[in-house]
Design a protein around this ligand. Structure first.
Ligand code: SF4
Ligand code: SF4
Length: 250
């Protein structure tokens, strides 16, 4: 673990990039902190925390330094550690039932606007420090989907006639234009996208967790918890925020 502070710059998947101050404010609120002294290598903040003493119904203010492992709040080592892309599927299988139960819980208890706000905050916070080029599970597991007017620009970019592009790469079903191969043939070895400048909206917007009306899209988000490490982490944090009963982690 290092005491190095988080850098101002970070990668972000289509979300507005927060300033360091905005990020720290959000983390303070999320972790119930008075003051952030620094971050661990995994992005977990340390500093001054406020703990609830449920037995005596009072708040306790504690200084947690990076060396005081025995005093760390119980969640300190559980959250903030993003699961590795190669382990998401396996981890999802272990908590699949719980995730479906949590979806049902949200359907019955969550306020639509409040849930959107929570998703948006988590989206900004988690993608801020996540480098998608090290993952690309979405490019490997889903088929890219194009709107009809997105085909010509990609064909032009690839120096192909639109018809040839369609014949070679596209499968059309009920007005839906999907790439006919998976993993995506435009995924480069270094994790980049060969058609980055004109990639379809579906790729730009994935995993849609910064979009409104998430309460009505929980099934697709749940599906993403089996693919996307960031969405997996979002669901875990939401369980905490909603105080949903959690099982032992993977
Ligand atoms: S699956 Fe999620 S974390 Fe991985 S590349 Fe796609 S959006 Fe980024
Ligand atoms: S077009 Fe690019 S971003 Fe979309 S799935 Fe293919 S490699 Fe990924």
């Amino acid at each position: 673990m290092s005491k190095k502070k988080k850098s101002k710059k970070g990668k972000c998947n289509n979300a507005e990039v927060w300033t360091e101050e905005q990020y720290e404010e959000y983390m303070k609120e999320l972790y119930g902190m008075e003051y952030i002294a620094g971050f661990t290598e995994n992005g977990v903040p340390y500093g001054t925390f406020i703990d609830e003493d449920e037995e005596n119904d009072e708040l306790i203010i504690r200084d947690i330094s990076i060396d005081s492992d025995d005093e760390l709040p119980f969640w300190f080592l559980e959250v903030g550690v993003m699961i590795e892309p190669s382990k998401v599927k396996e981890a999802f299988k272990r908590i699949e039932e719980e995730n479906y139960a949590f979806r049902a819980y949200l359907k019955n208890h969550a306020d639509e606007d409040d849930l959107d706000e929570k998703f948006l905050k988590l989206h900004k916070e988690l993608f801020l420090s996540y480098d998608c080029s090290k993952c690309r599970n979405c490019c490997k597991e889903y088929s890219a989907s194009f709107k009809e007017d997105e085909l010509a620009p990609v064909a032009a970019f690839l120096r192909m006639a639109e018809k040839d592009f369609r014949d070679k790469y596209i499968k059309e079903e009920f007005g839906d234009y999907q790439l006919n191969v998976r993993p995506c043939c435009f995924l480069k070895e270094d994790g980049g996208c060969q058609i980055e400048v004109c990639k379809p909206t579906s790729c730009r917007d994935y995993p849609y967790t910064d979009k409104p009306e998430r309460l009505f899209s929980l099934l697709s988000i749940l599906d993403s918890t089996s693919i996307c490490p960031v969405v997996f982490e979002m669901f875990e944090r939401l369980k905490q925020e909603y105080r949903f009963k959690r099982r032992k982690r993977y």
